[in-house]
Design a protein. Structure first.
Length: 390
């Protein structure tokens, strides 16, 4: 990676630091002193651009010491330390800043928020939680503090506290957090289901629907609960509702839905629903499901004909693999060897592909996640549509 690109995030902070330095000192010092400050600033910036970050930091620290009132300079330095990964130095700087006498309430609050972010970056979540709780209690910058608390409780999987603080955030900002809160209830429902507390799981799912009536995950969990209880016909209804709520999640929903169709002996309903999906969904998952249904009901030739027709309309590596597998038993000799090579190549191609992508940050994944591992957004990981994916 280009070293200058690695330093790029630091340059805006350095410019901000220089701007505040010039503003603070330009009004208070003689021309000679201002010239010295400007010279020091550009010397520090030169160090930064030449990858001599330690020398740059020392220059900027000296600039900050010219005047103890330059709070903004200290905050910029703290951000610089944190971005470099020197969290200990950022913590010490912000702690020193918070302890300074004469600091205005507004500036102290900003410094405390920065200190809390330092703690989070260092993994000191208990300290960060205590600090943000104090800020919320003082009603100082409460929205930012509440957002940090929600993030902490998500990380700790304390879903009850996450829900409580997300609701407080809704009241304070007027912004809806219902879709996120619905996910928290789904987390509680899934945990209760795994622990055998099925009544609790159903109650949490009702809470999820109350927050977000079209919550795909809540429909899917409802279907799973019903299926595990042997109520396969009702599970079919729940899974179909999940797809109708957001068809993008079809690859995740179809496997348990097809199982419930089979167990409830509703294969005609399955064919009708899958045909409807093929007509309105560009992915290959319902095509493969229909091909499997035709193979079981009408034989392999019907499945091959259907796949061949569909692949002409929607080229797909996964569809090609299914077609190769269906055709393998009908070829022999050199042709069979060629088919085996082609199957191995397509399998390797799929193994190296991300099948899902976050619609918010672009994170790619091979498996589905309800919460993006990168940006921590909920229900933003969706199948990638293309020849080598869905």
């Amino acid at each position: 990676m280009n070293p200058l690109l690695a330093l790029a995030p630091l340059v805006p902070a350095a410019f901000a630091l220089g701007w505040w330095t010039s503003r603070q000192f330009g009004a208070r010092r003689s021309g000679a002193e201002v010239s010295a400050l400007s010279s020091d600033y550009f010397r520090g910036l030169n160090y930064l651009l030449n990858e001599e970050q330690d020398k740059a930091i020392e220059v900027f620290l000296k600039l900050a010491e010219y005047n103890r009132d330059t709070v903004e300079t200290h905050l910029a330095l703290g951000n610089l330390f944190r971005r470099r990964g020197e969290v200990d130095r950022a913590i010490r700087l912000h702690q020193h800043l918070v302890s300074r006498p004469g600091l205005t309430d507004a500036m102290k609050t900003v410094a405390l928020l920065e200190l809390g972010e330092d703690y989070m970056r260092a993994g000191l979540l208990d300290r960060a939680e205590a600090l943000f709780c104090d800020l919320v209690a003082m009603n100082a910058h409460a929205p930012s503090a509440l957002r940090h608390l929600v993030a902490i409780y998500q990380h700790e999987r304390d879903w009850h506290k996450a829900i409580e603080h997300a609701r407080r955030l809704e009241v304070m900002t007027g912004d809806e957090e219902t879709s996120m809160i619905a996910q928290f209830y789904c987390e509680l429902a899934d945990r209760s289901r795994q622990h055998g507390a099925r009544a609790d799981a159903r109650d949490y799912l009702q809470q999820a629907f109350a927050c977000q009536p079209a919550c795909v995950r809540a429909f899917m969990l409802t279907g799973r609960l019903l299926s595990e209880d042997g109520q396969h016909s009702d599970a079919v209804t729940a899974y179909e509702a999940a797809i109708n709520a957001d068809i993008a999640f079809a690859p995740e929903i179809l496997p348990p839905l097809l199982n419930s169709y089979a167990r409830s002996q509703q294969m005609e309903r399955a064919e009708a629903f899958l045909r409807e999906m093929v007509a309105r969904y560009n992915g290959v998952s319902p095509v493969l499901a229909l091909a499997h249904l035709y193979k079981q009901r009408d034989g392999e030739r019907a499945a091959i004909d259907f796949l061949t027709t569909q692949l002409r309309q929607r080229p797909s590596v996964r569809g090609l693999m299914a077609l190769i597998d269906a055709t393998m038993d009908k070829v022999e000799g050199e042709a069979r060897e060629n088919f085996l090579i082609l199957r191995d190549l397509t399998r390797k191609l799929l193994e190296g592909q991300a099948m899902y992508r976050c619609s918010r940050c672009g994170f790619g994944a091979k498996a589905h996640h309800w919460q993006c591992p990168s940006c921590k957004s909920w229900a933003t990981i969706r199948p990638i549509h293309g020849v080598a994916s869905e």
